[in-house]
Design a protein around this ligand. Structure first.
Ligand SMILES: NC(=O)C1=CN([C@@H]2O[C@H](COP(=O)(O)OP(=O)(O)OC[C@H]3O[C@@H](n4cnc5c(N)ncnc54)[C@H](OP(=O)(O)O)[C@@H]3O)[C@@H](O)[C@H]2O)C=CC1
Ligand SMILES: O=C(O)C1=N[C@H](C(=O)O)C[C@H](O)C1
Length: 244
């Protein structure tokens, strides 16, 4: 039995995770922590899953690592600097593992992989993500990660940026620029998490689209990460290596 603790247990993802862990025969939901409760509650856990918010996640990671507890982190906002900081924290105990994933949806992971593969074959690539209106960050971690994968794949292929003729954009209509890839964020009732990666080339358009219609879509990935993190010391970013 793997003893699991959940941080942010009253949140949307926290609740779904508690239910999924509870229903798994090989996992035991040992402790849950909601806002303002002490982390000591998860002290006896093998793995702690963090679905709190970007402002708390780094302290949680340090606290767990200091006590030899593995972590599965779903909180968004892990840019390169944050990932480096996470590596620094984990260096304190070489036996402890952490899986930090921008998206636990298996389809979303495949969307990112396919986008990286397609990137060098098209002149243009833009991302449109759509989420529920209570999401606090924009653009989504998934969109940022996808943009970085596209930019890296293009750079590796020796391709230039993707300039367009826009001269003035005082209202930000062209969206955010993430490593040269434009990212547009919709916040609307009727969505959980959706993303389109739109590629364009001479005479063709290619669109990769993924929709999480329910938070249960993230649970197979979360459970996989819990089972794998105990075997993988150090930092694992994304689910790609776990799915191979
Ligand atoms: N990687 C992935 O696949 C996914 C990642 N996410 C990310 O996960 C995070 C959570 O998303 P979501 O569940 O929708 O957000 P919610 O706002 O529903 O949940 C966050 C929860 O964390 C709680 N919280 C805040 N601070 C603390 C703290 N210090 N200790 C314990 N609990 C705390 C909040 O408490 P309170 O209720 O009191 O405010 C809230 O219940 C976001 O960053 C989101 O982007 C979401 C979906 C999938
Ligand atoms: O807040 C959400 O809901 C989600 N957050 C993650 C992100 O920022 O990419 C993953 C998924 O998109 C749902």
């Amino acid at each position: 039995m793997i003893k699991v603790g959940v941080l942010g247990a009253r949140g949307r993802m926290g609740r779904a995770t508690c239910e999924a862990v509870d229903a798994a025969d090989d996992l035991e939901l040992t402790a849950t922590v909601v806002r303002d409760e002490p982390l000591d509650k998860v002290a006896g856990c093998d793995v702690v899953v963090d679905f709190t918010l970007p402002g708390t996640v780094m302290d949680n990671l340090a606290w767990c690592t200091d006590r030899g507890i593995h972590t599965v982190v779903g909180v968004s906002g892990f840019d390169a600097q944050r990932l480096d900081a996470a590596r620094g924290i984990l260096a304190a105990d070489p036996e402890v593992g952490s899986v930090i994933a921008p998206n636990f949806g298996i389809g979303a992971v495949l969307m990112m992989q396919f986008a990286a593969k397609a990137a060098k074959h098209f002149d243009s690539a833009e991302i449109i993500e759509a989420h529920h209106p209570r999401k606090v960050d924009a653009p989504s971690g998934t969109a940022v990660h996808t943009a970085r994968l596209i930019a890296a794949a293009r750079a590796e292929a020796g391709l230039d940026g993707m300039p367009d003729a826009t001269e003035t954009d005082p209202m930000g209509a062209r969206g955010a620029d993430v490593d040269g890839v434009h990212v547009h964020a919709i916040r609307s009732a009727g969505y959980v998490a959706s993303q389109e990666v739109r590629f364009g080339g001479p005479g063709e358009r290619f669109v990769i689209s993924h929709d999480s219609l329910d938070r249960e879509s993230f649970m197979p990935g979360v459970l996989l990460a819990i089972r794998e993190v105990v075997k993988r010391p150090g930092l694992t970013v994304g689910l790609d290596d776990l799915l191979d």
